[in-house]
Design a protein around this ligand. Sequence first.
Ligand code: F6R
Length: 364
Amino acid sequence: DKGKYRHFMEKEIHEQPEVVARALGYHTSFEGNRADTTSCMDFAGIPSLAISACGTAYLAGLIAKYWFERYARLPVEIDVASEFRYREIPLPPQSAALFISQSGETADTLASLRYCKARGLKTGAVVNSRESSIAREADAVFPIFAGPEIGVASTKAFTCQLVALATLAIGAARARGTATQDEAKALVTSLAEMPGVMGRVLNSIKPDVELLSRELSKCHDVLYIGRGTSFPLAMEGALKLKEISYIHAEGYAAGELKHGPLALVDENMPVIVIAPHDRFFDKTVSNMQEAAARGGRIILITDEKGAAASKLDTMHTIVLPVVDEIIAPMIFALPIQLLAYHTAVLMGKDVDQPRNLAKSVTVE
Ligand code: F6R
C-alpha cells in the first residue's frame, strides 16, 4: 500500500526517519550515562575485513570501508560480488568478511559468502530479510530493519545498511582499542540524532529538489563528484538517477575530475557536487571551481557552513543542516534520492519498475 504517496519509492524515501530509528534501536543501546553499539563480530585481532556486495549495497560497503579504516584502523578489501568471487583474493583465514544484501538472495553475493566460508573466514550478513539464503549461511546476521522495500531502486535499505555498518565499525573500534569509550559514545550519540534530522531535511529540501529536478530532466548527462564518504555517495547518486530516469550519469572522486571527466564538462553538463563542510571541503570546492570555469552548471549539495564558505553565482545549492561527520552520508543521501525520484517522475518514467531491472537478482 502506497498510502498517500504516488510511488513506493517516494513512500520508502519518506519512511527513512522511522526505519532508521528502528535499526538504531536494535544496533545501539543507551543506559544511564552510557551509549554503546550492540552488534559486533570478533574484530579484535583480525588482520583485515573483506566486504562484498552488489549495486547500492556495494556502495554502502564502500562508505563503511572509510569508517572501518578510520575508526577501527581495520584494512578493508572490498569489491563488487561478481568480481570478488572470481578474483582469487589471497584472504587471510583469520580475517572476517561482511556481505551486504537487501534481499539476501543476490547470486553473486551469496557465492562470495560461500567462497569466504570455504576459506575459513568468519562471515557476517548485513541483510533486510532474515529468512534469506545469505542470512542462513552466514555465521552472524546483522538485520537492517528497513521493512519491505518494493521500489526497485534501493533507498531506505541503503540508509539502514549504513546504520548497521556504522555501528559495526564503532564496535570494531572499541574491540580493537582504537576508540575510547567516550569517543564511541560520541559517535553513537551522533547516530541517534539521525532520525530527527532526516525528518526535518525531507521537509525542508522539497522546493529546491523540485526546481532542480526540472533542470535535470532536460539533461542527457550528469556528473556527480565527492571526496571521502561523499565519493561513494556520488556514485550512488549517479546510480539512482540512471536506473530510474535513464539519464546517463557518472559518479567520480572529485580529485579525479582533471584526470579525464573534466573534458566532458560544458554548459550542458550539470555537475552535482556533494560537499558537507568536512575536512575535504576546500579541496572539493576547488574541484568544483575547475568545473565551473569550463561552464559546467554546478549544483552544490552542502551544509549551512559550506554554503556560507562557497559563493559562486552560477550555482544552485541545496543546503542541509550541519551534522556530525558519521551521519553525513545518510543525511546527504536524501537529496540525492529525491533528485532522482522527481526527475524520473517529471520524465514520466516508471520509477518503481524501471525497464530491464529486477528487484532481486538471483542469477549470475
Ligand atoms: C539499486 C539497487 C541495486 C541493488 C543490488 C543488490 O538501486 O537496488 O543496485 O542494490 O541489486 O541487491 P541486494 O541488496 O538485494 O543484494
